[in-house]
Design a protein around this ligand. Structure first.
Ligand SMILES: [Zn+2]
Length: 314
């Protein structure tokens, strides 16, 4: 995916992807190829100014690339929630940034100059990336999910990524799939994320009596034991798949989807997740127009944030 394309011509974009653990940057050409990659750890527990300084360092390293002069726009993907109407971000895992004007702060950096700056939430950026170059390519109506420590998502409708006015449209992690379920940090209860995230899978397995063989108590270790047939580990994935199926089926009923793309660390569990998901979708996606949804694994992995940030500049 990083092989330079001889046919790539046209505009060059700078992309920055701000997450809770790393800030990545790259130049992205019109074929979606990444060059001049930069990555720094996110000082997530530091004051907001320190986090911004790390973003600036990433920009400065990109600006040192020989082709910087060809860059026409800067795309930023950020952990959410975001508020595109105001150009601010409030990433849950970066407490120093609350309603932080990330778009304006990047635009004000001297290296950026007069270039247009586009801001997006990470779920929407992932959807834009998979629609441009990944598993949602060619799909006019798709839901793209990232299932990892949380559950994020973005929507492609009628051929275009739809961020909505605030930039959070399609945020499937916080729709209620369990009416009287556990309170969620978002303020609601029974949210999909509380049942289907990697964190939720590990918690459920541990509560059911599963004990990891090694030090890893994450969903990755649960997946490994599920593959070996451990009944509690299998049940934890089945419950996550049930919640995902309910959320996906509801979304499909609402906006008439054809394809669902699932990425993130939990998706790397493979059949341990996707087999029960197919079974559960049979139960919940029942109306004629939501039956037979095409479910695919995401293709772009951790590059999706950068590719998506560039895709949204196009
Ligand atoms: Zn919630």
């Amino acid at each position: 995916m990083t092989t330079p394309s001889p046919t790539a011509a046209g505009p060059l974009f700078a992309a920055v992807d701000v997450g809770g653990t790393k800030i990545a940057g790259a130049l992205v050409d019109s074929a979606g190829t990444l060059t001049h990659r930069v990555q720094l750890p996110t000082p997530a527990r530091e004051p907001g100014a320190e986090v911004l300084a790390a973003v600036h360092r990433v920009l400065e390293r990109l600006a040192a690339a020989p082709r910087w002069g060809e860059v026409t726009a800067v795309g930023i993907g950020s952990a959410g929630p975001v508020d595109l109407a105001r150009g601010t971000v409030s990433p849950v895992n970066i407490p120093g940034w609350r309603e932080f004007p990330l778009g304006a702060e990047v635009a004000a950096h001297p290296a950026v100059g007069t270039r247009r700056v586009t801001l997006a939430g990470d779920g929407v950026a992932m959807a834009a990336a998979e629609h441009w170059r990944g598993a949602a390519r060619g799909a006019d109506n798709a839901l793209c999910l990232v299932v990892s420590t949380g559950v994020g998502a973005g929507l492609v409708l009628d051929g275009a990524v739809r961020p909505g006015p605030s930039g959070n449209a399609g945020h499937l992690g916080h729709i209620t799939v369990d009416l009287d379920g556990e309170p969620c940090p978002c303020g609601s209860r029974g949210c999909l994320e509380g049942l289907a995230s990697g964190t939720a899978i590990a918690r459920r397995a541990l509560a059911g009596g599963w004990r990891p063989a090694g030090a890893d108590r994450s969903a990755r270790a649960v997946a490994e034991d599920a593959r070996a047939g451990h009944p509690v580990a299998l049940a934890a994935f089945d419950r996550a798949a049930q919640a995902l199926a309910a959320g996906i089926a509801a979304t499909a009923a609402l906006v008439d989807l054809r394809r669902v793309v699932i990425g993130g660390g939990v998706a790397t569990a493979g059949p341990v997740l996707f087999e029960p998901l197919a079974r559960q979708l049979e139960r919940y996606a029942a109306l004629s127009y939501v039956r037979g949804l095409e479910v695919r694994r995401a293709e772009l992995g951790t590059d999706a944030g950068l590719i998506g940030a560039a895709a949204l500049c196009r």
